[in-house]
Write a protein that binds this ligand. Structure first.
Ligand SMILES: Cc1ncc(C[n+]2csc(CCOP(=O)(O)OP(=O)(O)O)c2C)c(N)n1
Ligand SMILES: [Mg+2]
Length: 804
């Protein structure tokens, strides 16, 4: 059949026109949402607003190059992109602004994140992976500027792993031959952060399919580019990263953010290069604006002069696209006006529907509460007071749950001495209310799927009868060998982890056996090592990120605390990143190789497991366990334990150390000594010496700080000994205080004590160098002995006369 070229080109022009009009429609919809969103905050319906106005057009171009299976790691300006990929509707936009706790209403976070923090769902309600190659994917945003960068690196690296590592062919839910691009966005000012530079360098080294867009509006809140960026131009100063014919690097592109046609071309190229060649691309999108200023917290008229404001009005990307459409006969002025008018209405309607959906369940709850309060008032001697509470509550036309909970709880105070079925009903209702409502705000800090920690049971190591003692690092090494062969999706990377097999040779020979991608040396850049892990774990791999020493974990602690441990919580269980972080620490020597800042870690890392194995067999068992769970974890091996002798188990890769279970390693009747890690050896030594003076201490290894003692075994020991001493090498008030609080408060240990509960910790300063530095900075055997002895002296001065 003959085709008519004339008709064909007309057809394709019509198609093109329709696509452009549809794009314009998304841009205007997004803008209207921003404008109305700001009003909702200013009138008090929403708490805070930060919007994507002024960044609409580049995001339309980006969305065209974005394919199913691809990933986004961006920041709060990307609402237009989310709308363009079909993952954010008007109503969902407003549901997010109001903090709607239903994950269907606000799919970004179920009300947990402020508006402007975007995510898609990688998991079904039951926690199972979806097919991530069949949908567009966005990792969940975090607020710290540039915090999205380390994770972006990992999201991109996963494609490289899927394309090049054998044995992952059946992981087709996660990748199709590594064809997926990870797209990052960042504001111009946030490129000042170290995380930006660290990620840019690492992606250049790794050569991963990452397209990094910088939305440049010349400002970071009120601070102009001249205070942020050398030469006020990020692509200019990144020029050294540009790849050449001879050397790999970046492809760097520059484009104006109001230039719709050029943006489309730019993004198409960027996507193609990254996808096909696995080369990172930087797109510097210049000349963007902020029509409403930075956020709802201020107005930009305070810091932008008249000329700048006039320029911003003229070069507003939506305004420019509209002009371009008119100039190129895409639509008439009248058509555009009509379209804009109808969008305004659509956005208003969507907003209204979101607000009603947000309020409806709360109105129902209010109604229930009022009925119960009315009944209570009728039956109470304090009728008047309760009626006042009821009437105040009834006058709430837009009730919040806080108001309902507060009113009902306060009403109970007026019937404290009364007995009635109405009182019982209200008490039951409040209890039930919290049972239903509290999880809306608190669920999914840890996994609620079947793979969570508590479901994985112990498998003890088995031994040949004539098993020899070996250097403990070999137990680890052989266990890693078993892990890598059993789980093709595992990989490990860290400073010196590759060629030499880590600084303590726990990975000796593994790179030769499993290749440079699975057992990899990386640069000295802890935050992005962590980010590699987060991103790859989000894409179905099981990365083990090695941080060379516990002391240097501070370089990535921010990313662990802000990003890793909040992934499940902030997506209400719709994404996960089961990353294993491997490190080594506790006593060795000097200020920076003796770290044991456990208090800091357990406080900042709620949302992951923190495991402190006392030897390498226990550590290996934790790795085996973790690969059966779906949660992130930090495993801290004992730095001074690699050359101690342990027996080689026969069931390598199979034995499991249980998580959240303590172990009694010596029984006793007089006092319970609780410790973990390297300090445990000192405690064991002291316990032996104490027997010589007739004191029988029970010694318990905590093993797992988060979660701690799920079976409540500690209290059983305290019931028996009636005395407790917690010993560790953290500062006082650190992990020891946390353990003690757990025993006294959560397990009601105070009921069973005959002596003051105590802790023995390190000095407040970090340890001085050398053996003596350790002795005079951290608890020694003598310190433990004397502390216990003093406690027993207090109990029985006759049996235990004063020591010194
Ligand atoms: C680590 C961190 N420091 C400070 C802030 C507060 N803050 C939020 S946005 C912002 C400015 C960011 O400017 P830019 O990166 O240019 O993005 P824009 O808002 O201009 O798109 C600042 C300082 C933050 N969120 N995180
Ligand atoms: Mg900016």
């Amino acid at each position: 059949m003959q085709t008519n070229p004339q008709t064909n080109s007309e057809l394709s022009f019509d198609n093109f026109k329709a696509e452009v009009l549809n794009d314009y429609k998304i841009a205007v919809t997004s803008r209207e949402c921003s404008l109305l969103g700001r009003r909702e905050v200013l009138t008090g319906k929403a708490k805070f607003g930060i919007f994507g106005d002024g960044k609409e057009i580049p995001q339309l171009a980006w969305a065209k190059a974005f394919k199913n299976g691809d990933w986004r790691s961006g920041y709060y300006r990307d609402q237009t992109f989310m709308m363009a990929i079909g993952k954010l509707t008007i109503q969902q936009f407003f549901a997010g602004l109001y903090g709607h706790t239903d994950i269907e209403a606000d799919p970004m976070s179920g009300g947990r994140q402020m508006g402007g923090h975007f995510a898609t769902h990688s998991l079904n309600e039951d926690g199972n992976w979806k097919n991530l190659t069949a949908q567009p994917n966005s990792s969940p945003d975090i607020s710290p500027t540039a915090g999205q960068m380390p994770r972006l690196l990992g999201l991109a690296q996963a494609s490289k792993i899927f394309r090049n590592v054998k044995g992952l062919e059946n992981k087709s839910n996660f990748s199709i031959n590594g064809n997926e691009v990870a797209w990052g966005t960042i504001g111009n000012a946030s490129t000042s952060e170290g995380l930006f530079w660290e990620t840019i360098n690492a992606a250049g080294v790794l050569q991963v399919p990452m397209v990094m867009s910088v939305w440049d509006d010349e400002y970071g809140i009120s601070v102009h580019a001249k205070h942020q960026t050398t030469k006020e131009n990020i692509s200019e100063i990144l020029k050294g990263f540009q790849r050449t014919e001879d050397e790999p690097g970046y492809e760097i592109m520059r484009v104006n953010g109001w230039d719709y046609a050029t943006l489309i071309e730019t993004y198409r190229n960027a996507g193609k290069i990254a996808r096909e060649e696995h080369v990172p691309v930087l797109v510097h999108v210049q000349q963007l604006t902020q029509p409403q200023g930075h956020s709802t917290s201020g107005s930009h008229e305070r810091y932008k002069d008249k000329d700048r404001l006039a320029w911003e009005a003229e070069f507003d990307c939506n305004v420019q696209m509209r002009l371009w459409m008119l100039e190129n006969n895409m639509a008439s002025e009248a058509e555009l006006e009509e379209l804009e008018k109808s969008i305004k209405k659509e956005v208003r309607d969507g907003k209204k529907a979101a607000w009603e959906a947000f309020l409806t369940p709360q109105k129902q709850e209010l109604h229930e509460a009022i009925t119960l309060l009315g009944n209570l008032a009728e039956s109470s001697a304090n009728k008047n007071f309760i009626e006042k509470i009821k009437d105040d509550l009834a006058s709430e036309t837009e009730p919040l749950r806080r108001t309902i909970a507060s009113a009902t709880r306060k009403a109970l105070r007026y019937v404290v001495g009364e007995k009635s079925s109405e009182k019982r009903q209200l008490q039951d209702w409040i209890e039930n209310y919290f049972e239903i409502i509290q999880p809306k705000y608190s669920s999914h800090l840890y996994s609620e799927a079947k793979e969570n920690a508590t479901t994985v049971s112990e498998i003890k190591p088995t031994y040949d009868p004539n098993a020899e003692d070996v250097d403990a690092r070999l137990v680890l090494r052989n266990n890693f060998d078993a892990i890598f062969s059993k789980h093709p999706e595992t990989l490990i990377f860290g400073e010196d982890a590759g060629a030499i097999g880590d600084v303590n040779q726990g990975l000796e020979g593994m790179q030769e056996k499993y290749g440079e991608l699975r057992v990899a040396d990386v640069g000295i850049r802890e935050a992005t090592i962590l980010g590699q892990g987060i991103g790859m774990a989000m894409r179905g791999l099981r990365p083990i990120a090695e941080i060379q020493y516990l002391d240097y974990i501070l370089y990535c602690l921010q990313i662990m605390s802000d990003d890793l441990v909040t992934v499940q919580y902030r997506t209400k269980g719709r994404q996960k990143a089961p990353l294993i972080v491997r490190t080594r620490g506790h006593r060795l020597e000097g200020i920076w190789h003796s770290g044991s800042q456990m208090g800091g870690l357990i406080h900042l890392l709620r949302g992951m497991y923190i495991l402190v194995p006392r030897n390498m067999t226990k550590a290996a068992g934790f790795y085996n366990t973790l690969l059966e769970t779906d949660e992130p974890a930090l495993v801290i091996e004992c730095l001074n334990g690699y050359r101690l002798k342990e027996k080689m188990p026969t069931n390598l890769g199979e034995f499991r150390t249980p998580i959240g279970v303590v172990e009694t390693i010596k029984e006793g009747t007089d006092i319970t000594l609780v410790s973990y890690g390297s300090t445990l050896r000192i405690v064991e030594e002291a316990a032996k010496e104490l027997i010589q003076v007739g004191i029988y201490a029970e010694v318990i290894d905590i093993q797992s700080l988060l979660p701690l003692d799920l079976n409540k075994d500690l209290i059983e020991s305290v019931k028996k000994t009636n005395r407790i001493l917690v010993i560790d090498e953290d500062v006082s008030g650190g992990a020891s205080a946390y353990i003690l609080q757990h025993i006294l408060d959560e397990q009601d240990g105070y009921k069973h004590l005959d002596s003051k509960p105590q802790t023995l910790t390190a000095k407040a300063h970090r340890p001085a160098y050398g053996t003596d530095g350790d002795y005079f900075s951290k608890p020694s055997t003598e310190d433990v002995f004397e502390k216990v002895y003093d406690m027993m002296h207090e109990v029985s001065p006759e049996n235990f006369p004063k020591l010194r």
